[in-house]
Design a protein around this ligand. Structure first.
Ligand code: PA5
Length: 444
């Protein structure tokens, strides 16, 4: 893992950041909080826990047609980011023999067409449904679970329970109660591990192991990153957080995450949730803070958003993610009839050059940017990368002085949904919602 932040500094970019002083109070507060309260995500799974999950998952990986994850937000985005990074880019389209694992579907929406489309492509009777919800109450996840469990019971009777795995808080919530009553295999989520920081808990590890991902190597990468993300010097997470917050204070209200690698496309979604939900807060009762995360993909978005990033408002920073060694190497063949400078070069060289070229073009236009380079697309490197992003967010929250771990804005929406869907106990909320008068354009 290498962080190059030259183009964030005033030496390279006009209007860049001067001397970089990492705030030691923020560092001390993150380090002091590790393993306590909401920072229990810093305590990574033990070898014993990993072994238990791997053992449970092996038969599912060997036999299931599909593994379907029902979860949303932090209960889905980590799994999606890791799976997209490590599985074949067209994993579900490969034959079973080539995949050597079940197909994977992470269903994080309640669009009715999506549920019906899912049922068209999986063998329901031979699939495993992993229901992930820390609260055990989230409407989206519960409704998906209720739908599929009813279908399974009608098709398979008593054995339907063998197709459901619950990942939730032990002893609390609707999903836990149902799981106990029905006898589902259940994995617990620790009280002090919030959704967006839970990818290395059973939330991420159970589904990932079920599709054959080496969760031991993933955690080893996370352990490696934890070592350098908790040291005072040469700590990429602390430096990135300090630079981002400094840039935010200088009016860069937007933080673009732009991997130059399709396998890392969903790492941007993972980052967007971490950054947005953790840092977008009201501080000290009235000060509204937070840098808006934007997801982009190199080189694709060079032909879409880069014009705006280069010449539009001076309100963004960009973090590029590069990969030193892709899974494959592809060479552009020679064509003597039409000689081209591209001949004999590799796609690998081209994508790397395009990333560096974009970073240069942005810095030339006075736009701050930094580049994080990972070695390869192995489980260890992905474990490292996601850990760096989680520590970066923790440090940024501490520097900004916000509560990184709550999400009152999300909770309000969840409660309003309960009210609108007629849940008992939310009658007052429903009155509050319906009391509002609206302005409408009548249907045309
Ligand atoms: O990061 C978070 O805490 C949220 O995004 C939650 O993960 C999301 O709202 C889902 O919550 P739950 O796991 O309780 O269903």
């Amino acid at each position: 893992m290498k962080l190059d932040y030259t183009f964030m500094t005033e030496e390279a970019v006009e209007g860049g950041i001067g001397e970089l002083a990492c705030p030691s109070a923020a560092f001390d507060s993150v380090i002091g909080g590790m393993g306590k309260g909401w920072q229990q995500w810093c305590d990574l799974a033990s070898d014993e826990e990993i072994e238990k999950i791997a053992e449970f998952s092996a038969p599912i990986c060997a036999k299931s047609d599909s593994v379907v994850v029902f979860g949303i937000g932090g209960s889905a985005l980590g799994v999606e980011a890791v799976a997209n990074a490590l599985l074949h880019l067209h994993h579900n389209e490969l034959s079973r023999a080539k995949r050597n694992a079940p197909k994977l579907y992470v269903e994080d929406n309640v669009d009715p067409d999506r549920m019906s489309a899912l049922l068209d492509v999986i063998d329901v009777d031979n699939s495993t449904f992993i229901v992930v919800t820390k609260s055990g109450e989230t409407s989206e996840t519960l409704s998906q679970f209720l739908y599929i469990y009813d279908l399974l019971k009608r098709r398979l009777g008593d054995s339907s329970k063998e197709h459901i795995v619950a990942v939730t808080t032990i002893g609390k919530g609707t999903l836990y109660n149902i799981a106990q009553r029905e006898g589902f295999v259940t994995f617990g989520i620790k009280e002090g591990v919030g959704g967006r920081f839970s990818v290395f808990s059973p939330v991420g590890l159970v589904p990932l192991a079920c599709v054959g991902i080496d969760i031991k190597a993933l955690i080893e990468g996370a352990r490696r990153a934890k070592r350098y993300c908790t040291q005072k010097e040469n700590n990429p997470a602390l430096i990135m957080a300090t630079l981002s917050v400094r840039a935010y204070e200088m009016g860069r209200n937007i933080s673009v995450m732009m991997p130059y690698c399709d396998s890392l496309r969903l790492v941007s979604d993972f980052y967007a949730q971490l950054w947005g939900e953790s840092l977008g807060k009201i501080k000290d009762g009235s000060i509204k803070v937070g840098q808006t995360p934007v997801k982009a993909l190199g080189v694709t978005d060079q032909h879409s958003q880069i014009q705006l990033y280069t010449q539009g408002p001076l309100d963004k920073i960009v973090t590029f993610i590069k990969v030193k060694h892709f899974k494959t190497q592809q060479t552009i063949p020679s064509n003597e009839g039409e000689p081209s400078f591209l001949m004999g070069k590799t796609f690998n060289e081209l994508i790397a050059a395009e990333c560096d070229a974009t970073a240069f073009a942005l810095k030339k236009a006075g736009r701050m940017n930094m580049t994080l380079t990972i070695d390869d697309l192995s489980a260890g490197s992905i474990g490292e990368l996601l850990t760096v992003l989680m520590y970066e967010t923790a440090y940024a929250g501490a520097i900004l002085g916000v509560n990184t771990y709550d999400q009152p804005g999300v909770e309000e929406g969840k409660k309003a949904t309960f009210a609108m869907m007629g849940r008992a106990g939310y009658e007052e909320k429903l009155k509050e919602i319906t009391a509002k008068s609206g302005k409408y354009i009548s249907e045309n």
